[in-house]
Write a protein that binds this ligand. Structure first.
Ligand code: SF4
Length: 68
């Protein structure tokens, strides 16, 4: 099993929200999925503006993908 390197994850995180879960990707995914959301890094893949909107909803992501 691969060990989680939280410090490395933290440095590579593309979410711009100031958050205590940064680098703890398992907690990050669990937190957002519990609210029918996706993590910020998923939105950052589409656009910086989308990530900075802090709208993490599934529907918003689906619309972003369909608009591309
Ligand atoms: S995506 Fe959400 S949980 Fe993850 S670091 Fe950003 S604000 Fe925190």
């Amino acid at each position: 099993m691969t060990e989680c390197n939280q410090e490395e994850r933290k440095n590579n995180c593309t979410c711009t929200y100031d958050c205590h879960r940064r680098g703890k990707c398992c907690e990050c995914v669990e937190y957002h999925l519990s609210m029918n959301q996706l993590p910020g890094c998923v939105f950052a893949k589409i656009s910086k503006e989308a990530e900075r909107s802090y709208n993490r909803n599934f529907e918003y992501f689906a619309n972003l993908v369909l608009r591309k």
